[in-house]
Each structure stands twice: as C-alpha cells, then as structure tokens.
Design a protein around this ligand. Structure first.
Ligand code: PPS
Length: 570
C-alpha cells in the first residue's frame, strides 16, 4: 500500500497490496468468512481501493460515520460528507469479532479485497436518513435503499486490495485516479475542470461545459457516472454512446472523456462536496456545480428535497479547504432571437427563451415526437431513439387476472388472434394452464407456490416485452403484492396493462366449465380461489371487464382501444 503524491490533486491512496501481500492474503483467505458485495458496495470498493475516495483507507469506522453524519467530517476533522459503510445482514454478522478478516467477493466469487474488521455496529437508519439526506422519506432513492436494501449491521475497517472489479464495457474509457493524473501530466494539462453527469448530454450541456472551461482557461474532463445513478435513468451504455458523439463537438486537444464507476446517492449538497473531493483525487483543479446538483427530485409531499442552489452554497462554505475550485453555473437556456445558449441570468428583457425539460424530452422520445436541432445533436437523438423507441414500437404485456372461470383465457385467445391479424410484433400467450404445464409443473396452489408461479410468468413476460414482443398472461394471480412486483419488473422494459376480469364468483361457479367449483365445494380440491383461498381484487387496473354483459370479442376490442389510447398500437 502506498500514497502517491502528484502535482495534480495532492495525496492519493492506493490500497492494493503488493504481489507478495496478495499471495499471503490469498493463502490465508481460506479461513476467512466471505461477503458477496452488492452492486453499490462494489462501486464503493473500487473507488476506495484506487484512491478515488482518498483519504479513506477502508469502510468507515463508527467514529468516522458519526462524525460524518453530525459534522460532515471524519473523526480527525478532515472534510468528508458522505458515509461510506459496509452493510451486511444480521446472519452474516453473527459470530464476527473485531480483528477478524473477511474476504470481499464479486458476484462470481472472485476475492477483490480483505477487510480487517475494526468496528461492528447497528446504525440508526432513521437518524442516518435525516442527517445525511435531510429527510427520512422513502421517496428519496438513497433513503429507500437504506431501509429496503441495506443490511442491519455495518462493518468498518481497513481494506487490503487484491484486484479491482472487472469491467468488460468501455475499457478504453475507464481510468483510475492515478492513470488520469498521469495522462494530464503527459498532455501538459495543468488546469482541468471536471463535469459530472448521469444524463445524456445535449447542446445546453455542451455550451455550459465549454463556457466553464473558457471562463477558467482550463481543459475539460467530461466524467459521467456509470456505476449507479437514479433508478429509471437512461442506461449507461446508451449514454456513453451519446457522450462519444458529444466529445467531437469540442475543439480538438482540449477535452477528454473518462467514466466514473461511482454509486451516486442523489444526496444534493452533501453529494456535491463529495463529488468535488473525488474529482480532486482524479487530478482536477476545478469542478462544475450546476443547478440542483445530484438532486433526487420530489419528496413524498411533492416538494423538492433540496433548493436548486443548495449544492453550490454548501460547496462555497467549504471552498477554502476543499483543494478544488468550484465553477458554479446557472441553468442554460436557448435564446430564440439570437439562436444561442446563455445562462438564464444573462437573458435580456423581451428575449424569448426556449427550453425542454428532462421529463418533456422523455415524453417526446416515448411518443416518437420531434426533438428540435436547437435542443440536441441529431446523432445523440438518433442514439437515444435506438434504445428508447416510441411506444408503438415497444413491447408490452397484457396481464389478465381474475377468478377461475372468469373468462380470462377466452378473452386472451380472442385478443391474441386480433394481434396476429394486425401483425408487427410477435405474440406469446402465457395462459394459466399452459404455464402450469411447461414452467410450473411441480407447483401446487399454496400462497408461496402461486407467487412463484406468477414471478416466473412475470420474468418470461418481461423478457418478451424487453425484446419488443407482446406477452399475454392469463393466470388467476390472486395476490396484489406479487402483481405489483410483476408490474414493476415489466414496466421498466415496456408496457404493462393489467386487465381485471371481474366476473362475480356466483357467475364463475354457475358456469363451472371444468367442474372444479363443485369439487372445491365438496372439499375434494383444497385451497381453491374464491371458495377456500383468497382473491385480492386489483385496485388500479388499466381495465376492468365483467364478462356477464361483455362478449369475448367486445372485451378484446376494449383492450385494443386501451392500448391505442396508451400509444402502444398505432
Ligand atoms: S395462480 O393462483 O395464478 O397460480 O393459478 P393459475 O396458475 O392461474 O392456475 C389456475 C388454474 O388451475 C386450476 N386449479 C386451481 N385454481 C385455483 N385454485 C386451485 N386450488 C386450483 N386447482 C386447480 C384452475 O383450472 C385454474 O384455471 P383457470 O384457467 O383459471 O380456470
């Protein structure tokens, strides 16, 4: 382990062991308990080991954690605003002691580092949420992560690095802090202004970054986050292809692109200070902080978590001790008369200003509407259109739910035929009976088995949807929570249309086409939905159909009209 000193950015930690150290740790590791790192922990580990999080030398001790929460400083007083902790489950923590070593592994089981445990504690997560993110509100992605995903126990201690996490994507665009500093030295770059982003860049971003670089007479580093960003963001593969187009818009030799494997917390002001420290570690002298830096959006009351310039204010407060200079920026807008971008504060009276918000931009993508040239570059828009086609070219799932004998399968079959007649997308029918034969033949009708059955259907349907096809599912799916999970899984891939076939139990029972209700009443079939097992009716389905007064043909038509209204068919 060594500290690298460089003219760029001061002291840099390097927590990797030398060859001999690695061989020794590997030999000892067979006796160590192993912890499989989550995606977020993998991101944190990478930046701890390569010095991106200098001066940290491991996951935080309880003293550092408390000091960061209370004072935005480590226990020794060094400025640091974000807790970097290793959360594990109660089960894993049982039997661990201070002084123990644990092997930290990637999802394939490769040992990346060893943690020498110095602290074990159970954090008060409500306090952490309040102090770090300003609100214990699940609408904040990091608070939701804290309560829903993070383990109950934190382990602190020094790290001994074995090897960095592997990345197969965009290897030529990934640099460690030491590598980037070396490049800057080699290129003769003395002043470097860094730009952080988690979104595709359009003209306004190009203008803003270019002006920032001009203003401080510095070279420009575009350093987008490719670790974890806000749930729902555009995937980093698409974004990086966009950045590769954008980079050509700057004068040659002045600007470079490098990817940062950071797991963002969307922590606004605290996150801005943290980002600045990281950029200093990467050898930058300046850092752009714009409007609503690392903002998480609205809280559960519909209000912004942070003010638009809170981040700039907090960075200003620590400016003297940060060791990197903030370049604050106002929002850029397009001045129509002048056909140019300008910070909003420099717009003169009478000038008309054009702007397209992120939400409006996504809507236009989704609906295949025009995106004007003044807003973005045609190459960037084309790239995003490839991975985010308009709704009428996306896949979708029609998910029927309802009692046995309610008419789900009949309507599903009628609907499938209509889709086939229309052509365009491939169609797969996942009927209850078909699925139970091919995917779930070993399952019965307990709550656990039913849920498993629905999860399997959901998984297959999400794959079909992802690939642009149509999945029609027609299980009973009696439990609301499982249906919600399926909606969530499929909704990120394309459309999800829940159709509640609300035929009353008496009607289903009177029809009793398979003779199952009679058997259920006689107790021959146990756990029968509606008779001896529950059915939780959907509260907000896209469509409700009662087959008492609706024929299968009419029902199929209603669904087609709903799909048309939502934009999935055209
Ligand atoms: S679930 O709850 O969604 O997993 O059920 P599903 O896979 O749709 O299977 C329902 C079909 O299985 C037959 N069947 C039963 N249904 C409900 N409860 C019990 N105990 C039961 N045992 C067998 C029944 O024919 C259902 O078919 P449909 O098409 O719904 O009538």
């Amino acid at each position: 382990m060594s500290d690298l000193i460089s003219p760029h950015g001061g002291q840099l930690k390097n927590l990797y062991l030398d060859e001999q150290g690695i061989a020794e740790e590997k030999a000892r590791a067979k006796h160590y308990p192993s912890w499989d790192l989550s995606h977020r922990q993998l991101c944190d580990l990478e930046l701890l080991l390569n010095g991106g999080f200098s001066p940290l030398e491991g996951f935080m001790s309880q003293a550092d954690y408390d000091a960061v929460l209370e004072n935005m400083r480590l226990a020794d007083g060094t400025l640091w605003t974000m807790p970097i902790t290793l959360d594990v489950s109660e089960t894993f923590a049982q039997g661990l002691d201070i002084g123990d070593n644990i092997a930290l592994r990637d999802p394939e089981g490769v040992m990346l580092a060893v943690l020498e445990i110095s602290d074990i504690w159970r954090p008060d997560k409500h306090r952490e949420a309040e102090l770090v993110f300003g609100a214990d509100d699940l609408a904040h992605p990091a608070v939701a992560y804290l309560h829903r995903q993070a383990g109950e126990v934190y382990l602190g201690g020094r790290l001994k690095g074995i090897e960095p996490p592997v990345h197969y994507d965009y290897r030529q665009l990934r640099d460690t802090p030491a590598e980037l500093r070396q490049k800057f030295n080699k290129w003769g770059w003395k002043k470097i202004v860094a730009f952080q982003t988690r979104n595709p860049m359009h003209r306004a971003h190009q203008e803003l970054t270019f002006r920032a670089a001009q203003q401080v007479e510095a070279n420009l580093l575009i350093q987008p986050v490719v670790g974890m960003t806000k749930p729902g963001d555009i995937d980093h593969y698409s974004r990086v292809r966009c950045y590769q187009h954008i980079i050509k818009q700057y004068p040659a030799q002045t600007t470079t692109l490098s990817l940062l494997p950071l797991a963002m917390r969307m922590g606004g002001p605290r996150e801005a200070v943290w980002h600045a420290i990281i950029r200093k570690n990467y050898g930058c002298t300046h850092f752009i902080v714009g409007r609503d830096h690392a903002g998480p959006g609205k809280n559960s009351q519909g209000e912004d978590f942070y003010g638009p310039y809170d981040a700039q204010e907090l960075v200003t407060r620590f400016q003297d001790e940060l060791g990197i200079q903030m370049v604050p920026f106002q929002a850029m807008v397009y001045v129509e008369e002048k056909a140019e971008y300008r910070p909003i504060t420099e717009v003169r009276e009478g000038e008309s200003v054009l702007n397209i918000s992120g939400t409006e931009f996504r809507r236009r993508l989704q609906e295949g509407l025009e995106i004007p040239d003044w807003f973005s570059y045609p190459e960037v828009v084309a790239e995003l259109r490839k991975t985010h086609p308009p709704r009428h070219r996306q896949g979708f799932t029609v998910f029927f739910t309802g009692l046995s004998g309610s008419g789900k399968s009949t309507i599903a079959n009628a609907l499938m035929v209509k889709f086939l007649e229309m052509g365009g997308r491939r169609v797969t029918l996942l009927d209850g009976d078909i699925v139970r034969k091919h995917l779930s033949s070993e399952l019965g009708f307990s709550r656990e088995h039913r849920n498993l059955n629905i999860e399997r259907i959901g998984y297959v349907a999400s794959e079909i949807t992802k690939h642009g096809g149509i999945a029609i599912c027609a299980p009973i799916a009696p439990y609301a929570a499982t249906r919600a999970a399926v909606r969530e899984m499929i909704g990120t891939q394309g459309g999800f249309i829940e159709v509640y076939v609300a035929t009353p139990l008496e009607v289903c029972e009177a029809r009793d086409r398979k003779g199952l209700y009679a058997k259920a009443r006689a107790g021959i079939i146990k756990e029968f939905t509606g008779i001896s097992d529950p059915y939780e009716a959907p509260e907000n389905p896209e469509l409700v159909i009662n087959t008492v007064d609706t024929s299968p043909d009419e029902a199929a038509q209603q669904i087609l009209l709903k799909l048309e209204q939502l934009g999935y068919i055209k």
